[in-house]
Design a protein around this ligand. Structure first.
Ligand SMILES: Nc1ncnc2c1ncn2[C@@H]1O[C@H](COP(=O)(O)OP(=O)(O)OP(=O)(O)O)[C@@H](O)[C@H]1O
Length: 290
């Protein structure tokens, strides 16, 4: 059975994912209301907005955790053209090439740092084994695939500067290192699109800078497009090429970071948050501008 959808519309060359008229209702609540945007190749796209705006719901529709009530999600990668709303979540990750991380870190804490990166490559390894015991015991391509998996894991550990911690339990790493390991784990699946849910949450300023460098290098070296939900405006303004702002489930702004930052609808939406958050948002906007 082919999972490609030849009836999906062809996208312009520079567009990896096109979200069209996405709507998600939970009973009487419309969490996402007629949202459309593009994620372009070679770019970091940020999805921002006040709490409850619908950002995570959009992510959950793209990654197959939810089936959209209405809408078309076309992804055109090297593997073909896919309508994500027709795929199961594992097909979206393995076949369409969409990887994600979550708001709370979901590493295997008891496994070593290296093992976490090997587990991510389980699917190609099993394929190389031919799904047989003989295959796993080394007849056929399994040995070569296993070596390739270890080489890839090591290369990522070098890149995120954790090669010296390869044999330590992942849970022993500082928080910022765990975040970068989680991103490396997602990258071990060679995704066309990497979706990150609040990657900078809980990071100190130094860890935040390291994260920015990693995300830029993924865009520039690996050619993976990134879509991130982020509340930290300094991260958003620093690294994004394209920003989409949601408020009450609707798109209120879509454009380059500078234009979005100055958009009165965006300022009003953020100033509409709880009183205690206003100072923080204003300070972040000022910092990003300086
Ligand atoms: N599974 C669900 N069932 C019912 N309502 C939901 C469900 N998931 C989300 N919602 C509601 O949908 C709305 C949008 O939530 P969502 O989590 O997508 O917002 P968000 O922008 O990611 O918020 P935050 O920044 O706080 O994470 C909220 O009103 C939320 O309560």
């Amino acid at each position: 059975m082919t999972l490609r959808h030849d009836d999906a519309p062809a996208l312009p060359e520079d567009v990896l994912l096109r979200v069209e008229r996405l709507t998600m209702r939970f009973g009487g609540l419309t969490a996402v209301n007629d949202v459309s945007f593009d994620v372009r190749r070679g770019e970091i796209t940020a999805l921002i907005g006040p709490n409850g705006a619908g950002k995570t719901t959009v992510f959950n529709c793209i990654t197959g955790f939810y089936k959209p009530t209405v809408g078309r999600l076309t992804l055109q990668s090297g593997n073909g053209r896919f309508l994500l709303e027709r795929l199961r979540d594992h097909q979206i990750s393995r076949t369409a090439g969409v990887a994600r991380t979550f708001q709370n870190i979901r590493l295997f804490g008891g496994m070593t740092v290296l093992e976490n990166l090997l587990v991510a490559q389980h699917a190609p390894l099993m394929k190389a084994s031919g799904f047989t015991l003989l295959g796993v015991l080394g007849i056929g391509g399994f040995g070569a695939a296993e070596k390739a998996a270890i080489d890839k894991a090591k290369a990522w550990l070098e890149r995120i500067d954790l090669i010296d911690r390869a044999d330590d339990p992942a849970a022993d790493l500082p928080y910022g290192d765990q975040r970068r390991l989680e991103i490396a784990r997602a990258m071990c699946t060679d995704p066309a699109l990497l979706c990150l849910d609040e990657p900078a949450a809980g990071l100190n300023p130094r860890e935040s800078l390291e994260l920015n460098a990693l995300l830029r290098s993924i865009r520039d070296r690996d050619g993976t497009a990134l879509l991130l939900i982020e509340h930290d405006m300094s991260v958003v303004m620093e690294i994004s090429d394209h920003v989409i702002v949601l408020d009450y489930g609707k798109t209120i702004s879509d454009g380059a970071p500078r234009a979005v930052r100055e958009d009165p609808r965006v300022i009003a939406a953020y100033l509409g948050v709880e009183d205690e958050e206003v100072d923080e948002v204003e300070r972040e906007i000022e910092e990003a501008a300086s």
